[in-house]
Design a protein around this ligand. Structure first.
Ligand code: PMP
Length: 468
C-alpha cells in the first residue's frame, strides 16, 4: 500500500486558492456557490492516494474522474512520457503523416478490441471521440448513398461529453432544459437502468418495454433516416445505471436489423473497470460498429480519446464513389498526440504485465459485496454497480429514490468523507465511486468503513428514516 508521506502544506496555499477563485472558470461547477474557500488544490498523488495543498492525504475513491487505472505517480509512465517528449514531442497528424506511437497504439488497440474493429481514429478526449463517431456514421451512410440517415438515438440519463454535439447526446434533464440542443436529429429513449432491489417489474418486462419503445421510435422516424445508436453499456455519470439482462444484445440486434450503426461508449467501462479491456463483447456479448474509448487508455496521465471502427465501415467510407465521398474533414491538431500515445502504450503494457483486468475481476465482486452491506442504513435507498463502478443512492425516507434529487444528501456525506480522508463523487442524491483499478481489499474495507460512518452521520443530521 504505497502512500504519501504526510505533506508539509504550502506557504502559498491561500494565494493559490484566491488565484483559482478569481481566474479559473471551473468545468462542471456550481459557479454561484464557488467561494475563496472552495477549491481542493491537489498537489501530489501516489498509488490510490492524492494530497492537497494543505498536506492532507485522501484515498481517492473517484479514481481521478473514472480514469485512474494503474495508480498515481508511476515512474515507468512518467519515463515513457519524457522519452517520447525528448525524442519527438509533436508533429501534425493530418493527411498521410503519422508517428510511431500512434501507429503502434492503433495496432495494439486493434488487437485488444473485439471483432473487426481494426481501425482507430484518435482524438483528444471522450467528447471529441463521440463527436467524431457520429460524423463517421454520417460519412458511412453517405458512402452508401444514404445521406438522409441523420438521426441519432441516445437515452435519458446518458453522459457522452461536453462538446456541443456530445452535450446534445447527454440525457440528464437538468443539463438540457434551457438549451434545446440539436433536438431535430438527436432523440432520447427512456433511461434503461434496472435495479432488481427496488424495481416493481421483472427484468424481462423492463427489457421488453425498452425494446418496444426503441422499435417504435425507429418506425416513427423512419428506419432509413436513423444513422446511429449511442450507448454506454452501463450508464456511468447518469448514476451507474445497469440495464436489464440482455439489453445490449437485443438493442444491438435491433440496430443491425435496421442498418443503424451501434456506437458503444466505453469511455468508463473500457480499460479494465469491468474487468476487461473492453466490456462490449466479453461482458455483454456484442461487437459494436464503433467503440469509444478515453480516460483509462492513458490512466489519466495524458489526454487522449479514440474511436475504434470496424473495417467494414472504414473500408466503405474509403472505397465509396467520388460523389458520395466528401473530404474526410474530421480531426484535431492534437489527434493521437505522440506523447499521449506513448503513454497509452506503456499503460497497456503495465496493465497486461500486472494483469490489472484480472485483479478487477477478483476485487470487483468484493467491492460490490462490501458496498451492498450499506443498503440497510436509513439514508441508503439502494446500492448498485458492477465491479469497480458503483453508486450509493441516498434518500431521506420521505420520498422514493430517483425522484428525491436532494442535493444536500450526497454533499453532506461527501463532506464527512473528506474530513475522514476519503474522496467520493457527490451528484445530487448519489455518491459515485470508481476507485483506481489497483485498489486492494484493505483499501476497499477502508472506503466502506469511512463511507458507512459518513452515511450514518448524514442520516442523523437529516433525520433520515424518521419518515418510514
Ligand atoms: N462518455 C462517457 C461515458 C463519459 O463518462 C465521459 C466523461 N465523463 C465522456 C464520454 C466524455 O469524456 P471527456 O470528458 O474526456 O470529454
Amino acid at each position: 500500500d504505497e502512500t504519501l508521506a504526510p505533506g508539509e502544506g504550502r506557504n502559498d496555499h491561500k494565494d493559490l486558492i484566491a488565484a483559482d477563485a478569481r481566474h479559473v472558470l471551473h468545468p462542471w461547477a456550481d459557479l454561484s456557490a464557488m467561494s475563496d474557500e472552495d477549491a481542493l488544490v491537489v498537489q501530489d498523488a501516489k498509488g490510490v492516494h492524492v494530497q492537497d495543498s494543505e498536506g492532507k492525504t485522501y484515498l481517492d475513491a473517484i479514481g481521478g474522474m473514472w480514469c485512474m487505472t494503474v495508480g498515481y505517480g508511476r515512474d515507468e509512465l512518467v519515463d515513457a512520457m519524457a522519452d517520447q517528449a525528448r525524442k519527438m514531442t509533436y508533429y501534425t497528424p493530418f493527411g498521410d503523416v503519422s508517428s510511431e506511437p500512434a501507429a503502434r497504439l492503433a495496432q495494439k488497440l486493434a488487437e485488444l478490441s473485439p471483432g473487426d474493429l481494426n481501425r482507430v481514429h484518435f482524438t483528444t478526449c471522450g467528447s471529441t471521440a463521440i463527436d467524431s463517431a457520429v460524423r463517421i456514421a454520417h460519412y458511412y451512410h453517405a458512402s452508401q448513398g444514404q445521406p438522409e440517415r441523420r438521426h441519432v438515438l441516445s437515452r435519458k440519463n446518458a453522459y457522452h461529453g461536453s462538446t456541443y454535439l456530445a452535450a446534445s447526446l447527454c440525457g440528464k434533464a437538468a443539463d438540457r432544459t434551457l438549451f434545446q440542443y440539436e433536438k431535430d436529429f438527436v432523440h432520447h429513449l427512456s433511461s434503461p437502468g434496472y435495479d432488481a432491489d427496488i424495481a416493481e417489474e421483472s427484468s424481462e418486462q423492463r427489457l421488453a418495454e425498452l425494446l418496444a419503445e426503441m422499435e417504435a421510435k425507429i418506425e416513427e422516424l423512419g428506419p432509413e433516416t436513423v444513422a446511429a445508436f449511442v450507448a454506454e453499456p452501463i450508464l456511468a455519470s447518469g448514476g451507474v445505471l445497469v440495464p436489464p439482462e440482455g439489453y445490449q444484445k437485443a438493442t444491438r440486434e435491433l440496430c443491425a436489423k435496421h442498418g443503424i450503426l451501434y456506437i458503444s461508449d466505453e469511455v468508463v467501462t473500457g480499460f479494465g473497470r469491468l474487468g476487461h479491456f473492453f466490456a462490449s463483447e466479453v461482458r455483454f456479448g456484442i461487437v459494436p460498429d464503433m467503440i469509444i474509448t478515453a480516460k483509462g487508455i492513458t490512466s489519466g496521465y495524458q489526454p487522449l480519446g479514440a474511436v475504434l471502427i470496424s473495417d467494414r465501415i472504414a473500408d466503405a467510407i474509403g472505397e465509396s464513389a467520388p460523389e458520395n465521398k466528401p473530404v474526410f474533414s474530421n480531426g484535431y491538431t492534437y489527434s493521437g498526440h505522440p506523447v499521449a500515445c506513448a503513454t497509452a502504450l506503456k499503460n497497456i503494457e503495465i496493465m497486461e504485465r500486472e494483469d490489472i483486468p484480472g485483479h478487477v475481476r477478483e476485487v470487483g465482486p468484493y467491492f460490490m459485496k462490501r458496498l451492498r452491506e450499506l443498503t440497510d442504513l436509513p439514508i441508503v435507498y439502494t446500492v448498485r454497480g458492477d465491479h469497480l463502478m458503483a453508486c450509493v443512492e441516498c434518500w431521506t425516507g420521505e420520498e422514493a429514490g430517483p425522484t428525491a434529487k436532494n442535493m444536500a444528501l450526497a454533499q453532506r456525506v461527501d463532506s464527512y468523507c473528506q474530513s475522514a480522508g476519503l474522496l467520493v463523487r457527490p451528484y445530487e442524491n448519489l455518491c459515485i465511486l470508481s476507485p483506481p483499478l489497483i485498489v486492494g481489499r484493505a483499501q476497499i474495507d477502508k472506503i466502506v468503513t469511512i463511507l458507512e460512518d459518513a452515511l450514518l452521520r448524514a442520516a442523523k443530521d437529516l433525520a433520515c428514516g424518521a419518515f418510514e
